[in-house]
Design a protein around this ligand. Structure first.
Ligand SMILES: Nc1ncnc2c1ncn2[C@@H]1O[C@H](COP(=O)(O)OP(=O)(O)OP(=O)(O)O)[C@@H](O)[C@H]1O
Length: 743
């Protein structure tokens, strides 16, 4: 095998690099670490056959072998990739050698630490183990085009997880009762149990998607690589790839694009384009998505791939970035048995590569059940079993519920859980207590320091500039490109928006035809021109603010998923959305004015009128974006739409003279963008005045009545721009706050 052939050469090559790359300062912690390693090595506590995982050297050796086996079988499955794999650089091979060596030395209990700057972490059993590569090695790993490349894993463990519901009669109902457990790295762990057992609640708490709220109280002791963490903290959530039950994918993207989008934005910036493409292709193949790779994901209004394919696509989006921890809520629901097995095999490969995989599952087929490494069996909020899947039969046998021959173990244990009362199960010795002897946690947060002064984030931080994820520019470009595709593909929405603009433009144009060419010194003509101008402004406000208001609430699930999984920053998202809105709004106003301007025959310059109407549209959309960011439900957003427009019309000064408005309410007019836009447009149209025969000037009188001074137009521009900027800034703040909320 290539890896073995290169072993000696590559190993020495990397050893040399590792040593020469570290200056004196970096060597110090290494020495400290080695000292501490030897001091702190604790014996694994042998946990008895009460459902607690036993450390099995044999098992871990097998796992290591599995990695190699999988490598081999992958090549068999994908002959085309053989040549690619053979061409893997020596460096990549050597990294795998290092990993193999690390695993082997862990098992043998001999650490060859001298070549690696590996900080320590304490495993669930208290055993000290290495948990990292130096930045050079990890960045080299990260540039691989293999979704199952070896990665550094993480272990999550928890105890005393309680979830309590205050019932109507004031009593406390325990939804989760002192739940404990762990998701070790390199293993797949399934949470099973009857409906209502608390599987989803537990997964959500661990993934930071549930917290004390209303009548539900949650408390927990959760540790990530022995850092005591609050799972709802965004910095903790970003360590976990989460695949929710309901898919939140961009409706107009294809599976290929969705997976590529995730890989491009989350993998190191120096990952070659060719590798990204290979990675995506491999992911599509592994998940059986090749046939629908270029079909839209689809949604309620757009026909797309099937529900099962959508689910697999969601899994691919997370797995493509080689996460250290993967949580999945019922990943196999809605899949046929072949697809479910295929997906489980993929999860197994991911675990073999080093990740910790946790998922909830209903009653799986025996083939799937036997493919898990570990099982957490929940029953009415309590842990009924916790440990290796292979220990399940003996555990149940010892408790007088032996597994019948030729029976699906999953069916059997569910049957036992449901057919017996909790009291009977308790008497039979189920519901093991947490007897783990956990070491003191390093720190209260991932940003706290471990004993070597290293934060959990730093363990994974890419120090190499090129190995960091793409910057703001790439994020904005990717988001912007996706938005353009979205607009092009969602033809119904774009067609409705522009179709309505054309229709209303023609209608207004026909009704006010040639009104602008009439003599404005005649009162009825002046009223008509004013009416035409007002209609054009109102139409631009309504036509642009409504889609902008609905945009964020509709996109919220996708945004929250992508933001919480490190695709992009809030600022990038905001800039991309704003740029898209600016372009589309500009075009929409152009179409509208091209029709109405020539129909009506306005006297102002076309360019100036376009700028005024555009400025009004942009500042109105800024207000509606603010509202859109504040509400979570698109329907609620729609209900609140009048809130944007009615006050604008009331306070702008053309229905009621400002002096007649109660004095304590008059200030509100200064916040209305329409007030300033109508002044600018009127000055453009009537600024030169229109003296009548009786010596008066009706045009200037009109300007006067609504506070439009031709000499002070700049002031109106300034306020319009200031309002625009303020609303946008508030929207950004609100979005930033909402971005961290999942509940
Ligand atoms: N926020 C909540 N408020 C009130 N009750 C809740 C809340 N969340 C969960 N529950 C209750 O907690 C229990 C466990 O719910 P959970 O959804 O975790 O079960 P589950 O094992 O995932 O069930 P299923 O397999 O049917 O999805 C249920 O009785 C549910 O009604």
């Amino acid at each position: 095998m290539t890896i073995k052939d290169d072993e000696n050469n590559d190993q020495s090559e990397v050893e040399e690099t590792a040593v020469t790359d570290h200056d004196e300062a970096e060597d110090q912690p290494l020495k400290r670490e080695k000292k501490k390693n030897s001091k702190k090595k604790k014996s694994k506590k042998n946990l008895e056959d009460d459902g607690v995982a036993k450390p099995k050297k044999k098992k871990s050796k097998k796992k290591h072998d599995d990695v190699d086996d999988d490598e081999g079988s992958d090549e068999d499955d994908h002959p085309k990739e053989k040549s690619v794999k053979k061409k893997k650089s020596k460096k990549e091979s050597s990294i795998m050698d290092i990993e193999a060596q690390v695993t082997a030395s862990e098992e043998a209990g001999t650490g060859k630490d001298s070549t690696l700057t590996i900080p320590t972490a304490i495993s669930t059993t208290g055993q000290i183990r290495r948990s990292g590569f130096d930045s050079r090695q990890s960045s080299m790993l990260a540039t691989s085009d293999d979704p199952f490349a070896i990665r550094e894993g993480k272990t999550l463990l928890w105890r005393n997880v309680n979830m309590t519901l205050k019932t109507k009669d004031g009593a406390d109902r325990k939804l989760l009762d002192d739940v404990w457990g762990e998701v070790p790295e390199k293993q797949t762990t399934a949470i099973m149990g009857p409906s209502g057992a608390g599987k989803t609640s537990l997964l959500n708490i661990l993934a930071g998607r549930a917290k004390t709220r209303g009548k539900v109280t949650i408390s927990s002791d959760v540790r990530l690589n022995n850092f005591s963490v609050n799972p709802t903290d965004i910095s903790v959530r970003k360590h976990i790839a989460f695949v929710a039950q309901d898919d939140s994918l961009q409706v107009t993207s294809t599976p290929r694009e969705a997976i590529y989008f995730s890989a491009k934005l989350r993998l190191p910036r120096n990952t070659p384009e060719e590798n990204l493409q290979k990675l995506v292709r491999r992911m599509l193949t592994e998940l059986g998505l090749e046939n629908c790779a270029d079909t839209y994901v689809g949604g309620a209004l757009l026909k797309g791939i099937s529900g099962g394919e959508r689910k697999r696509c969601s899994v691919g989006v997370e797995l493509v970035v080689r996460p250290a921890m993967v949580f999945l809520d019922e990943p196999t629901s809605g899949l046929d048995s072949f697809s479910a097995i295929q997906l489980c095999q993929v999860l197994k490969k991911v675990a073999n590569a080093g990740s910790s995989v946790l998922f909830t599952i209903h009653q799986p087929a025996s083939e799937i059940f036997n493919a898990f490494d570990r099982l957490i069996l929940m029953n009415k909020g309590r842990v009924m079993y916790q440990g290796l899947v292979e220990d399940v039969p003996s555990y149940f046998r010892k408790r007088n519920h032996p597994l019948p021959k030729n029976y699906n173990p999953a069916d059997w244990i569910m049957n036992v859980a449901q057919a017996n009362t909790m009291q009977k199960l308790d008497e039979d010795g189920f519901f093991p207590k947490d007897t783990r002897d956990l070491p003191e946690p390093f720190a209260e947060t991932v940003e706290g320091k471990d004993e070597l002064g290293i934060t959990l984030t730093e363990h994974h931080l890419e120090k190499d500039f090129d190995a960091r994820p793409p910057g703001v520019f790439t994020q904005v470009r990717m988001l912007f490109t996706r938005e353009i595709k979205n607009i092009k593909r969602d033809t119904a929405a774009v067609g409705a928006r522009f179709g309505l603009t054309i229709f209303l433009g023609i209608l207004i144009g026909l009704i006010f035809r040639n009104v602008g060419k009439a003599d404005p010194s005649q009162p009825q003509n002046l009223n008509s021109i004013f009416g035409a101008l007002l209609m054009v402004l109102l139409m631009s406000m309504f036509g642009t603010a409504q889609p902008a208001l609905l945009a964020f609430p509709e996109e919220r699930p996708v945004f929250l998923r992508e933001y919480s999984t490190n695709h992009y920053s809030v600022v990038s998202y905001f800039i991309a959305r704003f740029s898209m809105e600016a372009v589309v709004t500009g075009l929409q106003i152009l179409v509208q004015l091209l029709i109405t301007f020539w129909f009506i025959g306005f006297q102002s310059s076309f360019g100036m009128l376009w700028v005024a109407v555009y400025a009004l549209a942009m500042s109105s959309t800024a207000l509606s974006v603010l509202l859109g960011c504040a509400v979570e439900d698109p329907k609620l957003g729609q209900e609140m739409l009048p809130l944007l427009f009615v006050p604008q019309m009331l306070f702008a000064g053309f229905f009621v003279a400002p002096d007649l408005i109660p004095s304590w309410l008059r200030w509100a007019r200064y916040l209305c963008t329409l007030t300033y836009a109508i002044r600018i447009a009127l000055v453009e149209e009537f600024g030169d005045g229109c003296p009548s025969d009786d010596g008066s000037d009706p045009c200037l009188n009109l300007l006067n009545s609504i506070g439009a001074e031709p000499d002070e137009t700049w002031w109106n521009w300034l306020v319009l721009v200031a309002l625009f900027a303020t609303f946008r800034l508030f929207a950004l703040v609100v979005l930033q706050q909402k971005a961290t909320k999942f509940f």
